[in-house]
Design a protein around this ligand. Sequence first.
Ligand code: PEP
Length: 253
Amino acid sequence: MRIPMIAGNWKMNTTVAEAAALVKEMRPELDRIDNVDKVICPPFVSLAAAKELLKGSSVKLGAQNLYFEEKGAYTGEISPLMLAELCQLVIIGHSERRQYFHETAELVDKKVQAALKVGLKPILCVGETPRENEAGKTEEVLSRQLSLTSKQAYHTGLVLAYEPIWAIGTGKAATGEQANQTIGFIRRHIAKQHGQEIAQSVRILYGGSVTADNIAEFIKQPEIDGALVGGASLKTSQFLSIVKQTSEIKRVK
Ligand code: PEP
């Protein structure tokens, strides 16, 4: 059984005071919802405050990025060791980082390995651009993006997020069937690479314009284990509804 996960990616939004207010507002309701791994990923500067506010909570904290070295002369970077004190998970290879900060597959993989070394669970993002999608290259792109991820990484609990770039922040979500089909492809690809056991145990989330109004369409699909939510994760009522619906739909009757 794969435990569903809903992770909120707050991106570069909220000051420390705003992040603290949001955590305070969400925590009590989130704590009442079972059967889902609930994760919030505020900006780096708010992680310490969020950690304090989440003491004793079932809500997990994630970072949005990291650097692969543990320490040294890397001005402005944040190391895995620093994050391991503050959170449990880290988003790696988000399309915004691949696109705006030119992160390559090799760099992304170094970050995955660095995270695992200190016990941080990576949420590794993969997905195709609109042009690749239109050219029918989705499967080729995903296979390439997944080629470096090791068996060990999956064993250690790495979570995948399939985020078609044309659906992120655009309000133009994929359909549930489309996402299910592509995530099914990812699972079959992992089975070929690393065997059925790993393919069946890895959690694969969908990401791209998920809201309280469309989450059910994704969560009902058998291959989809949850969602990485951007915009809607900053609105308490939306995020709570997304988590609640996931808990109910994925509950084994
Ligand atoms: C994301 O940031 O990973 C994302 C999917 O954003 P949005 O939900 O806003 O499309």
